[in-house]
Design a protein around this ligand. Structure first.
Ligand code: HAM
Length: 453
């Protein structure tokens, strides 16, 4: 019997409206990734992880939920992401938190919190996982989206920027997406951006009537973002706007010049894009995006990834001065593009052996036999729930296995197994102790553990 104290502590269960209709789909902009699509995702996982290892990046996992002000401070209060797109809520304890709309702010937080700066620089980290943005869903734009990204913290040299671009470019290529260009720009440092910003404001002020409502608002808060607007009328206006690369300070100009030279050295096709400013406030100097070769309109919607330098972010969060650069790839978009291009993924592994059983004793023994075969690297299929041998053999036929092992009541008692070659139809009884060797011999697996490729 609970005492009074424990009774008092018991919380009321969350009330659920029993009659509310059950909607059999996830919230808008979110989706299931079904088994049929998994080979693409698996390919993306394999290639991104291999590239991370090749370039010396180590994995970091950060929480899906962080304090809202981390994103507000890191990404910027005037950005669309923070202003309109975050999934924010108060916890039962009254904390204001948000689902991460991206990783970089959280990585910078973790870098400071765990004193990761003590390691030799640059500190190279990679991550992968879902992010959440309350955007208007369309093809390639989701509210739950998956990213893979890399961040190199503690190095100022533009060679790191280029290595980061090289890595993203290589991953996209290795996924079979060959027609990709990198758009690059430099938006300068806070010092040179200030005067550029003023120039931009006076230019757009003079054309204010021709701008969309959002851009008129941006003129006050975040004028650089007008350059990124896709509205037709704003596109016209921005064509003659002053360009940041013409107003860089000496240091930023040298940084950008070297970056372009390195890109040329690597023969990575790039385009200078003076309107590329990116939608997050932490960027300084280099910004870039990867685009598939598509129509101009298509292209603007479908960046496969992007990134840039964010030399002031760690400092702005209370850490030491830490130049940094990184990128994230949109995995949903990579998969979409691979499918559009008909890229071949790896073949799913197929079982080469089927294990059939008949009778209660044989059924029990087949569980162990299945495990022994699997442990030896032999991929086995079964249909344990089916009673009749005929229906099990039908499954074996459908799976086009090379061998079927049949364990009946008699074989289970004798310690033997019937082994059937599916091509010839020949059957043979073999001793259970020799099963693994016998199967390997017939599958020509030799001493090595080989699975069907
Ligand atoms: P971002 O450009 O906001 O940058 O996102 C990177 C990529 O994520 C985009 O290029 C796109 O492929 C994908 N993406 C973004 N939003 C969506 C969406 N709603 N649906 C599907 N895919 C989407 C960042 O997130 C920065 N943190 C990148 C970075 C890392 N900068 C420095 N380090």
């Amino acid at each position: 019997m609970p005492n009074k104290k424990t009774l008092k502590k018991t919380k009321k269960p969350v009330s659920v409206e029993p009659k509310e209709e059950l909607v059999l789909q996830p919230p808008r902009g979110m989706r299931d990734i079904l088994p049929g699509d998994q080979p693409y995702w698996q390919q993306v996982r394999k290639i991104t992880e291999k590239a991370a290892a090749d370039f010396g990046y180590r994995r970091i996992d950060i929480p899906l939920v962080e304090f809202t002000n981390l994103f507000a401070r890191g990404i910027g209060t005037g950005t669309d992401i923070v202003e309109k797109e975050m999934y924010s809520f108060n916890t039962k304890g009254g904390e204001k938190v948000s689902l991460r709309p991206e990783f970089t702010a959280g990585i910078a937080r973790a870098y400071i919190q765990h004193g990761l700066h003590v390691a030799s620089k640059p500190v190279k980290l990679y991550y992968t996982g879902p992010c959440y943005r309350y955007e208007r869903p369309q093809e390639g734009r989701y509210r739950e989206l998956f990213q893979f990204g890399c961040e190199a913290l503690g190095e100022n040299d533009p060679i790191i920027d280029v290595q980061i671009i090289q890595m993203g470019w290589r991953i996209i290529h290795q996924l079979g997406i060959r027609n990709v260009t990198v758009n690059v720009n430099s938006i300068g440092c806070p010092a040179c951006r200030k005067s550029y910003r003023n120039l931009l404001v006076s230019y757009f002020e003079s054309k204010k009537q021709k701008l969309c409502i959002d851009c008129r608002r941006r003129l006050e808060k975040n004028p650089l973002r007008i350059l990124d607007c896709k509205e037709d009328k704003c596109v016209q206006v921005k064509m003659n706007a002053p360009q940041s690369i013409d107003h860089l300070c000496d240091e930023c100009r040298v940084h950008f010049k070297e970056l372009l030279e390195y890109l040329e050295e690597l023969e990575i096709p790039f385009e200078l894009d003076p309107t590329l400013v990116r939608g997050l406030d932490y960027y300084t100097r280099t910004v870039f995006e990867f685009f598939p070769h598509a129509g101009a309109e298509e292209k603007k919607k479908s960046a496969l990834g992007g990134g840039g330098r964010y030399d002031g972010l760690v400092r702005s969060m209370g850490g030491e001065d830490t130049p940094a650069v990184g990128f994230s790839l949109g995995l949903d978009r990579l998969v979409l593009e691979m499918k559009k291009l008909g890229v071949r993924t790896y073949k799913e592994q197929k079982p080469r052996v089927f294990l059939a059983q008949l009778g209660i004793f044989a059924k029990k023994k087949s569980l162990r036999m299945f495990e022994a075969l699997e442990r030896s690297g032999i991929m086995v299929a079964e249909s344990f729930g089916r009673g009749s041998l005929k229906s099990q053999l039908k499954v074996a036929d459908r799976l086009r296995v090379e061998l079927t092992l049949i364990l009946g009541q008699k074989e289970a008692i004798d310690g033997t197994v019937i082994i059937k070659d599916m091509a010839s139809g020949n059957q043979e009884i073999i001793n259970g102790d020799k099963l693994i060797d016998e199967v390997k011999k017939r599958l020509k697996m030799g001493g090595m553990v080989v699975r069907n490729q």
